[in-house]
Design a protein around this ligand. Structure first.
Ligand SMILES: NC(=O)C1=CN([C@@H]2O[C@H](COP(=O)(O)OP(=O)(O)OC[C@H]3O[C@@H](n4cnc5c(N)ncnc54)[C@H](OP(=O)(O)O)[C@@H]3O)[C@@H](O)[C@H]2O)C=CC1
Ligand SMILES: CC(=O)N[C@@H](CCC(=O)OP(=O)(O)O)C(=O)O
Length: 345
């Protein structure tokens, strides 16, 4: 199969290429760039010298529809919505790494993303690409809204306990931490070395665009209106994301029973690894891989469940999950091309 990547010189794109280059069912990758069309890809990323030897193309919907069977959009928000509907109409599957198709309605998109653009598309046509939870729907669609990085780590961590009523639906607190690559390749003051190094900062408190995304899919899976508190932090590392979650336990259940419940919930889902109770995962333990590792602890004094969930933001949080979704959508083994072992130390 031949696929294309739009947003070719970004971090999401180069991570997609890292996996797609060795994917057994991908014969060719067309790289589309709006800023560097005509240039060799290895000029943008010299570490790809002799691995990816092609020139990047300008974006043409006609060309894409004639040449490829699927397109990954690794573009900033409010870009893909302009192109995806036309491609899907022409039978090309689209996997969008941005937030354009993740929310329920245009008003909500406008409120959290600060722009009206998504009002023009039919959000209901997209399937949310949290691979482990929406497998059947992904199989039957041509348009996948790939989840945000924090929602991926958070939803995978919370849903087993919430769906099984182990925890209360109110008072859930999510403390998020992420590396700088989460902000993409373009430069901004917030990711300037002097601002980042030896520093930690909470950002977008009560305003982060992932709040409505997390609430939407927690509510969808439980049929309850769930609200959460979420505070993201940027920390001085390149890759990695950790969500530390605090929730009130609902009933008398042992820590071992909770661990077993999580193991049963993710049985057969290779990319979610449940740790023995009390063994909490670290970001480096999933670095470069498509794993989400989940650790659990019970605080009997306060009757809280503490869940620690880690992913590589560029892999399970973006490109890896997008490829997992491509595999599912095409009826292939969902692990194809994604068997990388985490890089440690
Ligand atoms: N980084 C991460 O950890 C994660 C990122 N995402 C999402 O994935 C998407 C890509 O992120 P990431 O790769 O990190 O971001 P980058 O900023 O690194 O790359 C985005 C690329 O999109 C292209 N682009 C920029 N502006 C426009 C425009 N106006 N029109 C068309 N193309 C444009 C550029 O490539 P070119 O000039 O070559 O076209 C740019 O390099 C974003 O929506 C992001 O939110 C999701 C989860 C995690
Ligand atoms: C450090 C940093 O800025 N991280 C980004 C990660 C979000 C992201 O990339 O996800 P989307 O796909 O939803 O845009 C942020 O918090 O916005």
């Amino acid at each position: 199969m031949k696929v294309a990547i739009v947003g070719g010189t970004g971090y999401g794109a180069v991570e997609l290429i890292r996996f797609l280059e060795r994917h057994p069912n991908i014969k060719e990758i067309k790289i589309v760039s709006h800023s560097q069309a005509g240039k060799a890809f290895e000029e943008a990323y010299p570490h790809m010298t002799q691995i990816v030897s092609q020139h990047m193309s300008a974006l043409s919907i006609e060309e894409l529809a004639n040449e490829v069977e699927g397109v990954f959009f690794a573009t900033p928000s409010s870009v893909s919505y302009k192109y995806v509907p036309a491609l899907v109409d022409k039978g090309v599957f689209c996997i969008d790494l941005s937030g354009d198709f993740r929310l329920a309605d245009p008003e909500q998109y406008e409120q959290w993303y600060g722009t009206k653009t998504a009002a023009k598309v039919d959000l209901a046509k997209a399937v949310y690409g949290l691979s482990e939870l929406y497998h059947q729907q992904i199989k039957a669609t041509k348009l996948v809204a790939n989840p945000g990085c924090y929602p991926t780590a958070t939803l995978l961590a919370l849903l087993p306990a919430l769906e099984h009523k182990v925890i209360k639906e109110t008072g859930i607190i999510i403390d998020g931490k992420t590396g700088v690559s989460g902000a993409g390749r373009s430069m901004s003051l917030a990711v300037h070395f002097s601002e980042m190094n030896e520093n930690t900062r909470a950002y977008n408190v009560c305003q982060h665009k992932h709040i409505p995304e997390i609430e939407r899919y927690l509510s969808d899976r439980t049929n309850k209106e769930i609200q959460i508190n979420f505070t993201p932090h940027i920390i001085p590392m390149t890759r990695g994301l950790m969500a530390t979650i605090y929730a009130d336990l609902q009933e008398l259940i042992t820590a071992e029973e909770i661990e077993q419940l999580y193991r049963d919930y993710y049985q057969g889902h290779t990319f979610v690894r449940i740790r023995p109770i009390g063994q909490l995962p670290a970001t480096k333990e999933v670095y470069g891989s498509n794993y989400c590792d989940i650790g659990l602890q019970v605080d009997r004094r306060t009757n809280k469940l503490i869940i620690v969930s880690v992913i590589d933001n560029l892999v399970k949080g973006a490109a890896g999950q997008a490829i997992q979704n491509m595999n599912i959508l095409n009826g292939w083994d969902e692990q194809l091309g994604l068997n990388d072992v985490p890089i440690y130390p």
